[in-house]
Design a protein around this ligand. Structure first.
Ligand code: ADP
Ligand code: ZN
Length: 754
């Protein structure tokens, strides 16, 4: 009987394809191996899921042979491969796309070369060679006017900003390679093969630290986790610790215990928490036995990191969502810090939730999983209530003298503006900032709106300027001469002189964004050093620079979006002002209260973390809102209990399971028809008819138009997973027959409802 392999190829079809394994390469074709195989007229790199001796399938299907094997050893360890297959099934995602999430970056050229030759010669380099090509300008000068187009642009860039990796130039200039060759031929630039730049997370060597003595609650939590590691089988915990309670120290102990057992550990943190400062705390304990998985890595670095983990040279991986797929050897422990954070959900392509999947991977690997938070998600609280995960509590701040800050609500319906005249900088807030400045301490002002003015309104007709491609109000940004920007697509344009609707010259800027808040505060407190932290001023490494200045006492008042709310340990911050608490509480989403509450607690948790007592002022128009009331009392448990009751009453998670079918098309009618069709298919299933599954909709999405596409949705809801899956399966199959312009995505356990 022939030897047949099931191969997942990167195409948007959910199944694997069968290929024959030629005898010559049979020894290397194993589950997890990458292979080259023909697919139609193309050649693709696929991953072997399984190999069996079995009869050729009957019928007219012609089985092709595998052309070549890429890796001498499978790239994906068995544990990771089988987990990925399960993940694909859970999310109804094509297996090829799921595998792509996990595969190390292959050098694109090599894949291309493989595609062309279709086979591997004997001298193929190991994937992930360490050298990369750099272009460097020379001192030579060109004859005036002799250069044009991309060559001129690239030379200008090289002279302005110094040498650049060729790959980066290619991202910006389609013809970079040829242009640089031309420059090199003219003696204006040279191409050099060099080591890629070092990973910024390892730029400085970290001094080893001494583990502090754990307090009682930490010791109890660490002890439970260690006991579970000793058992050597799967167990899951919810580490519920107030802000500043020392959860990280518990993680560090757990990792040490795991390593002592000879097993590897995986640490996942929210995207914006993956900062050099956070990584440094892990490096200080584990030195270079740590791989940092992040999107800023060059392909070669990513591959090197992958290989070191795969070979077992490094046993601890830390990273954001995508670290879920790190090939940690003999995985014994998965830690998910700030498990409630929304960034663990991927909102495009394979829409997986890294926290949920951490539980799945841990279960399959026989590993211990710890979900940590000061404000646990309702999902995790639900699991703890059902006894599926064990709750561990850290009720007090770790630094003994630190107490939780005193929180005061300012009802801005009643309390007027301070000296600035802006209602959102009330008199009590203004005074508190003054007092904090006088004491030489620091203030954080939190406002969840970027830009200068969140909307531009016509005084004549009342219309709001909206994006041409999205049903979203445009935000006015003052930077770069004043521009209107859509925060949902890439649209950016000038502020029109007149209203787009009625043509009256009566446009006015409305509302308050962080840009304007920063300017207003700087003007009102001329002696204070004011800075801003949001996505517009600080992507990635730059935010670290701002936080470093904050830590060094070079900033008195920091204005920012939720980027200021997360995890930072800033000892001199004693005042936190929540400028407008209502913005996040009013979204059309059943999780609005939960998210608003989490944000309030997290941002309040930045105040008074060390020896100086802190205080928090929350400005709101809805002082009686439960999220605000419970946050004021630091009563997380109270909020969770109440929110659980609310969820139970309306039948939302964790008391039900959801699947959201997202339908969009360039044309409104096409999208509407497709949505109605899928809803009808869902309603006609036995489970929907038998009322085991509810079908809600179709309805226009809250953001009815996005990037030029009209959006509808159908929500499926059930008590049990089985019936829900049965209905989703029907819907998934029915997608194939829709108009080609329609996209219909299935979002299992949706997070964003917009
Ligand atoms: P969390 O992650 O729970 O918000 P952190 O882990 O950042 O809290 O800890 C808060 C502060 O307490 C840090 O400065 C940390 O060094 C300190 N800390 C943690 N555990 C202890 C301990 N057992 N003894 C003294 N200080 C501690
Ligand atoms: Zn837009």
């Amino acid at each position: 009987m022939p030897l047949l392999a099931d191969v997942a190829v990167p195409v948007p079809l959910s199944r694997a394809f069968t290929y024959e394994v030629p005898a010559a390469i049979a020894a290397q074709v194993k589950p997890g191996s990458r292979v080259v195989c023909g697919f139609g007229s193309r050649r693709l790199v696929g991953v072997v899921l399984g190999v069996t001796e079995r009869p050729l399938p009957g019928g007219s299907i012609k089985i092709k042979p595998i052309t070549a094997v890429i890796d001498p050893e499978p790239v994906l360890p068995e544990e990771l491969l089988s987990f990925l297959v399960q993940l694909g099934l859970y999310y109804f995602a094509p297996i090829g796309e799921v595998l792509r999430l996990a595969l190390p970056a292959m050098e694109r050229e090599q894949v291309r070369a493989l595609g062309k030759q279709g086979a591997l010669g004997g001298d193929v380099k190991q994937v992930g060679g360490r050298k990369v090509a750099f272009a460097r300008p020379t001192d030579a000068l060109e004859a005036a006017g002799s250069l044009r187009g991309q060559a001129a642009a690239i030379l200008g860039l090289l002279r302005a900003s110094g040498e650049q990796p060729l790959a980066r130039l290619e991202e910006r200039f389609g013809n970079a390679r040829n242009a640089v060759k031309r420059l090199a031929a003219l003696g204006l630039a040279v191409i050099e093969m060099r080591e890629p730049p070092r990973d910024p997370f390892f730029a400085v060597t970290e001094k080893r630290d001494m583990p502090p003595e754990l307090n009682e609650a930490q010791a109890r939590a660490a002890g439970r986790i260690e006991a579970a590691l000793n058992e050597g089988s799967h167990r899951a915990f919810l580490l519920f610790g107030v802000t500043g309670s020392g959860k990280t120290e518990v993680y560090l102990r757990a990792i040490a215990a795991c390593l002592a057992k000879g097993r590897g550990a995986l640490v996942m943190v929210p995207e914006i928490a993956l900062t050099p400062q956070v990584v440094a705390r892990f490096r200080a304990r584990f030195g270079d036995d740590l791989a940092v998985v992040h999107s800023g890595l060059a392909d070669a670095d990513r591959h090197a990191m992958w290989t070191r983990l795969r070979r077992g040279e490094v046993r601890v991986a830390i990273g954001a969502r995508s670290a879920l797929f790190a090939p940690v050897p003999n995985l014994g422990l998965i830690l998910v810090d700030e498990e409630h954070d929304g960034s663990f959900k991927q909102e495009e392509g394979v829409r997986y939730h890294a926290r949920d999947m951490a539980l799945l991977r841990g279960f399959r690997a026989g590993a211990v999983v710890v979900l940590g938070s000061a404000t646990p998600s309702m999902e995790s609280v639900g699991l703890a209530r059902k006894g599926k995960i064990e709750e561990l509590d850290l009720p007090d701040r770790a630094v003994v003298v630190a107490t939780l800050p005193k929180v005061t609500i300012i009802d801005i319906k009643r309390i007027g503006a301070g000296p600035t005249g802006n209602k959102l900088i009330s008199l009590p807030l203004h005074r508190a900032i003054d007092e904090t400045l006088a004491k030489g301490e620091q203030t954080i002002l939190f406002l969840n709106r970027r830009g200068f003015a969140p909307s531009v309104v016509c005084d004549a007709c009342g219309a709001v300027e909206t994006c041409r491609d999205c049903s979203v109000a445009l935000t006015y940004h003052r930077a770069r001469g004043g521009r209107l920007r859509c925060h949902y697509c890439d649209y950016e344009g000038p502020l029109p002189p007149v209203c787009t609707g009625c043509k009256a010259a009566a446009l006015t800027l409305e509302g308050l964004g962080t840009e304007k808040l920063e300017a207003t505060i700087a003007e009102a407190f001329p002696r204070a050093r004011v800075a801003r932290l949001d996505r517009d001023v600080a992507g990635g490494e730059k935010s670290e620079v701002i936080l470093e200045r904050m830590r060094g006492g070079e900033i008195d008042i920091l204005v920012g979006t939720q980027m200021v709310a997360k995890g930072h340990d800033l000892p001199m911050v004693t005042l936190v002002g929540v400028v407008n608490a209502d913005a996040s509480l009013s979204l059309p989403d059943f999780r609005a209260a939960e998210r608003g509450f989490q944000l309030l607690v997290q941002v309040a948790g930045r105040a008074g973390r060390h020896d100086r007592p802190g205080r928090v002022l929350i400005q709101t128009r809805a002082p009686e809102h439960p999220a605000i009331q419970f946050a004021t009392r630091h009563d997380v448990r109270g909020f969770l209990a109440r929110e659980l009751l609310d969820r139970q009453e309306v039948g939302y998670p964790p008391f039900s399971r959801l699947a959201l079918v997202r339908i969009d098309a360039p044309d409104e009618e096409t999208a509407r028809v497709a949505a109605a069709r899928l809803a009808a298919v869902a309603r006609a299933t036995p489970d929907a008819l038998g009322r085991r599954v509810e079908v809600l909709g179709p309805a226009p999405a809250p953001i009815a138009r996005l990037r030029g596409r009209f959006r509808f949705r159908v929500l499926l809801r059930a008590k049990e997973r089985g019936p829900l899956r049965a209905v989703v399966e029907r819907v998934a199959a029915a997608r194939e027959e829709l108009d080609r312009q329609v996209r219909a995505a299935i979002d299992i356990d949706p997070v964003s409802m917009l």
